[in-house]
Design a protein around this ligand. Structure first.
Ligand SMILES: Cc1cc2nc3c(=O)[nH]c(=O)nc-3n(C[C@H](O)[C@H](O)[C@H](O)COP(=O)(O)OP(=O)(O)OC[C@H]3O[C@@H](n4cnc5c(N)ncnc54)[C@H](O)[C@@H]3O)c2cc1C
Length: 565
């Protein structure tokens, strides 16, 4: 089974230390138990026990230090980063969050040329330090151009930092906060590191009501030397965006972790509950909801794993990951919401109970599409790749499954963030054509009509500036890329044809629903509307296939995993 099962942890790793990191993390949470996990969540207790465990076992030092800076077992290896993120979120999004914002805080450091600060950071990780990423400001949100944090040059060549940051995770305890701002004289961007324990650093408050500390902080004449500067000008801008490229991928894994735990809990509850003399799981609509939840979740994981292969294989000549990464961020996280919605429709009242994991899942799953770039921001990014994806493909060498123990050097040397519209992709059509499966074929036909619409009923100039219209187009394009990544990995993981067919049963319905949304946009033209109607298709039903998935893959989820009480 492709889903995480903490009781049967058997993922392939090239070294024992990687397996140990995962095993010990699972053991930490299972020893803590669900009751204390929920109590800490309810009481909004700072996760000092988790951070103590991380320090003692050198967990962040091993997985967040690129090769060459720390102990020999340290490397930045996206294969193990993915599963670590999944495990943390499987037990609770707040544990994931303190790790995630450390990832973000470390990004501008590992991307910088400041070797002394990198060596110091490696030591801080060994000492159990956590990190923070100080990008957002209260009044500017996604508009990073307007950052007001300033470095004011002094006559001795040093600087004084002044300004406020808002929504900064770990801002209460971070060993270093990578802070984004501008040089007051030139207006150039700058990234610099500050210590949250410094007397000129004011941690104002926690702006959220949770276990996580999402700070508002201020710098008051905080002294900065060249030794604290990470990057300036274009380099600082690129570091901000390239860090988000690395970090936002993990939000998909958080959704996968949350949904997997919620699925076990919800299915076990429903399978053991009898109403009117039958198990709840015998209702036809309940079967459908669980089948959709399960197939969506398997798809989420296959897509995120495949995107990781491209991230790990990226280079200045192969930047396809810049499309696949926002697809994971936007699509996997919104699919996570669908999964939780399906499950909650079944378990109903149970999903509110204070002792369930589900109660947290239902709350936390909502965060992931909205943070670190909203759905809109990511679709606006994704759509830039659409012309080349459909109309200007190029051949690349095959990318295999990347579960080797390499350090992902390129992620910290991604280079300039421009030129996205010039990135080319391998032809997507052969990927779909290689599957002789009814619902893949139907999806392929829908995709062909969409491409035809782009070619013959091309969105006009006014539509190209209408973000509302583009969002609807972008949803369909994203779904096509999602389907491509999914099929590539279904082959690598040798997924049963019946499961692929059942997954595409869902995707054909999703495609139809997005086509209907595009049809209804105020500015859609009659020609575009006609194409939209042709995109609306019914999936190919197959009772035997449906029964097989239910009996062989979904029913065995009952009583398969339950967290230690
Ligand atoms: C719990 C939590 C933790 C966080 N942690 C951190 C952290 O550690 N470090 C950090 O720096 N930040 C952090 N953030 C900030 C977070 O990343 C931002 O909230 C997020 O990027 C979106 O900004 P916003 O919510 O202010 O939305 P806004 O920027 O106000 O956006 C408003 C609307 O405009 C749309 N919009 C904006 N720009 C575009 C565009 N270019 N194209 C299309 N639509 C657009 C948005 O989609 C949205 O619908 C955190 C926030 C929270 C709530």
């Amino acid at each position: 089974m492709i889903l995480l099962d903490p009781r049967n942890h058997d993922r392939n790793y090239p070294d024992e230390r990687s397996r140990e990191v995962m095993r010990k993390t699972i053991e930490f949470f299972e020893a803590k138990g669900l009751r204390r996990l929920k109590e800490d969540d309810r009481e909004r207790t700072w996760y000092a026990d988790f951070l103590e465990f991380v320090k003692k076992e050198r967990i962040f030092a091993t997985i967040l230090t690129p090769a060459g800076y720390g102990a020999p077992d340290s490397r930045w290896d996206t294969w193990r980063v993915c599963e670590f993120a999944e495990i943390l979120a499987f037990y609770g999004l707040h544990y994931w969050y303190t790790w995630q914002v450390s990832v973000l805080g470390l990004g501008p450091i590992w991307m910088s040329q400041n070797e002394a600060l990198k060596e110091r950071t490696a030591q801080l990780l060994e000492d159990g330090g956590i990190f923070a990423f100080g990008l957002s400001e209260r009044t500017h949100g996604a508009d990073v151009y307007s950052s007001e944090m300033q470095l004011v040059p002094q006559s001795d060549g040093s600087y004084l930092a002044n300004g406020e940051k808002y929504y900064i995770g770990n801002g209460n305890r971070a060993a270093l906060v990578s802070t984004f701002g501008k040089l007051s004289d030139s207006g150039d961007y700058v990234f610099f590191a500050v210590e949250s324990g410094h007397e000129r650093y004011e941690c104002i408050r926690n702006v959220v009501n949770s276990q996580s500390y999402v700070s508002s902080f201020a710098l008051h004449d905080y002294p900065i030397t060249e030794g604290d500067i990470l990057s300036k000008g274009r380099g600082a801008w690129d570091a901000a965006l390239n860090t988000v490229n690395v970090g936002k991928f993990n939000l998909g894994w958080a959704s996968i972790g949350i949904c997997t735990h919620a699925l076990y809990e919800a299915f076990t509850h429903a399978a053991n509950r009898r109403l009117y003399g039958q198990a709840v799981t015998d209702f036809p609509h309940v079967k459908q909801l669980f089948t959709d939840a399960y197939t969506r979740l398997v798809a989420m994981k296959l897509v995120a794993l495949r995107a990781a292969d491209y991230m790990r294989s990226a280079s200045s000549d192969d930047r396809r990951y810049l499309l696949y990464n926002p697809v994971v961020k936007m699509k996997v996280t919104t699919q996570g919401e669908d999964v939780i919605n399906h499950l909650w429709d079944v378990i109903a009242a149970k999903g509110f109970e204070r002792d369930t994991f589900f109660e947290m899942a239902a709350r936390d799953i909502r965060a992931l599409p909205k943070l670190e770039g909203t759905v809109h921001v990511n679709i606006a990014l994704i759509i830039k790749f659409m012309p080349n994806y459909f109309f200007n493909p190029v051949e690349y060498p095959d990318i295999p499954r990347r579960d080797d123990g390499a350090n992902d050097d390129f992620l910290f040397a991604q280079g300039q963030t421009k030129g996205l519209g010039h990135i080319q992709f391998h032809p997507y059509e052969p990927v779909f054509e290689s599957w002789d499966v009814p619902n893949v074929e139907r999806f392929r036909a829908q995709t062909a009509v969409f491409k035809e619409m782009l070619e013959h009923a091309t969105p006009g100039d006014s539509q190209a500036n209408d973000i509302d219209f583009l969002m609807a187009v972008g949803e369909i394009f994203t779904l096509v890329v999602y389907g491509q990544l999914l099929l590539e990995n279904a082959r690598i993981y040798e997924l049963e044809t019946s499961l692929v067919d059942q997954i595409f049963d869902v995707l054909v319905r999703d495609f139809s629903s997005f086509a209907l949304q595009l049809y209804g946009k105020p500015s859609s033209t009659p020609a575009q509307m006609e194409h939209c109607l042709r995109m609306i298709q019914k999936p190919v039903a197959d009772a035997a296939r449906y029964a097989e998935i239910w009996e062989e893959q979904i029913l065995p989820l009952a009583n398969r995993y339950e967290m230690n009480p």
